[in-house]
Ligand binder design. Structure first.
Ligand SMILES: [Zn+2]
Length: 144
């Protein structure tokens, strides 16, 4: 049984106040088994990536072990604090510029070619000035 290899140990941990039950320690870090790691506080590198996060320079605060029943092997994964994780792709100045350019393209009215400072609503297909001008033009044509 797993309990024989990794006995429950009450130890202070960085993700909670006071001592928590761990499965001992591994490489100087609290060892946790799958299921006893608080999933809202700790995540493996893969779990962080699934959340769009990365460790962000922090050291692992615990080690998760997973026992593979078929092979009988035990694998270890570093656990990181979700609170200290950072978004995978931080916005660089170049990315902001690219985004601004993409938005600028969507702000230019295809009818009058002006940048009005807002994204042209796809439902209108042109800026509000042109919509108004089109409506006025139609009214004038109808009145004529
Ligand atoms: Zn326009």
């Amino acid at each position: 049984m797993a309990g024989k290899t990794f006995p429950w140990v009450l130890a202070p941990v960085p993700w909670a106040d006071g001592a928590q039950y761990t499965r001992g320690s591994h490489d100087g870090l609290p060892l946790l088994s799958y299921g006893c790691a608080p999933r809202d506080r700790l995540a493996t590198y893969r779990q962080l990536r699934e959340m769009g996060l990365r460790p962000g320079g922090q050291d692992p605060v615990a080690v998760l072990y997973v026992r593979h029943h078929e092979s009988g092997k035990t694998s270890f994964a570093s656990l990181y604090l979700i609170d200290l994780a950072k978004p995978v792709r931080p916005m660089t100045p170049a990315k902001w510029t690219a985004l601004a350019k993409a938005n600028l393209g969507r702000r230019i009215c295809p009818q009058c070619g002006k940048d009005h400072g807002y994204v042209i609503p796809p439902s209108l297909g042109c800026c509000f000035t042109c919509v108004m001008a089109n409506e006025t033009g139609e009214r004038e044509r109808q009145a004529a």
